[in-house]
Design a protein around this ligand. Structure first.
Ligand code: ADE
Length: 229
């Protein structure tokens, strides 16, 4: 089976609307929707927002279902002028931007006393995704920065360490933690995001506007990926 996650209900809504033979299992207040999409066995769930919720859910689902792959979708802010609202950003690699321990000698993003910093996407899933042609907007493959912050200032996004030291293309709040849990467990993982905002002063308004249709774009992507995995 393939696990498909999004942080919020509106980021997984479209997947549920096309699921066949759907059954719900409850786990600690979360609904896990099992069924088929494009003929493939899937489990669709909300993870909750932020790194802790996403890591917790990913580890639980890996332990219980040992999936073939984990796909994480939803919204992200853009850190680069050429990546526009409505575009799709597939993560080549991901980093925790709020892991900051320079006082004890580690570069931003590095988990101290480990080799973990930029966590690569599964190469095969990334290769498949690279040929995707979105109906709306453009496809970009790049670096996603993850942290427990909604970024809404240009000083932090395009002018700060996100686009500077970390050379990020997009910012969100779950991807790197999911990718790391999958890497530790040897489960292929891919994170693909629709750009909802530019991580600037308009970000909160743009994000709120985008949220109701957050999963529409992702559904096309998921339908493209599933038969090939
Ligand atoms: N998800 C979508 N936009 C975001 C932003 N600007 N910061 C963090 N996560 C986001």
């Amino acid at each position: 089976m393939i696990v498909i996650l999004g942080a919020m209900d509106s980021e997984i809504g479209s997947f549920l609307s096309v699921m066949d033979n759907g059954q719900i299992r409850h786990w600690n207040g979360f609904d896990h929707h099992q069924g088929t999409i494009e003929g493939r066995a899937v489990l669709v769930s909300k993870s909750g927002v932020g790194k802790v919720m996403a890591a917790m859910m990913t580890q639980h689902l890996i332990d219980d279902y040992r999936p073939l792959a984990v796909l994480f979708t939803g919204l992200a802010g853009s850190l680069q002028p050429q990546i526009g609202i409505g575009d799709t950003l597939v993560a080549r690699d991901l980093v925790q931007h709020d892991m900051e321990t320079s006082a004890i000698g580690f570069p931003r993003g590095q988990i101290p006393f480990s080799d973990w910093r930029f966590i690569p996407a599964d190469p095969r899933l990334l290769h498949l995704a690279s040929d995707y042609e979105p109906a709306l907007g453009k496809l970009h493959v790049g670096r996603i920065c993850t942290g427990d912050q909604f970024i809404s200032h240009r000083e932090m996004s395009s002018h700060g360490y996100l686009a500077g030291e970390l050379a990020g293309d997009g910012v969100e709040m779950e991807g790197a933690s999911v990718a790391q849990v999958c890497a530790v467990n040897n489960v292929p993982c891919l994170v693909a995001r629709t750009i909802s905002d530019k991580a600037d002063g308009s970000a909160a308004v743009n994000f709120e506007e985008f949220l109701p249709r957050a999963s529409h774009n992702s559904l096309d992507f998921i339908r493209y990926m599933l038969p090939q995995i």
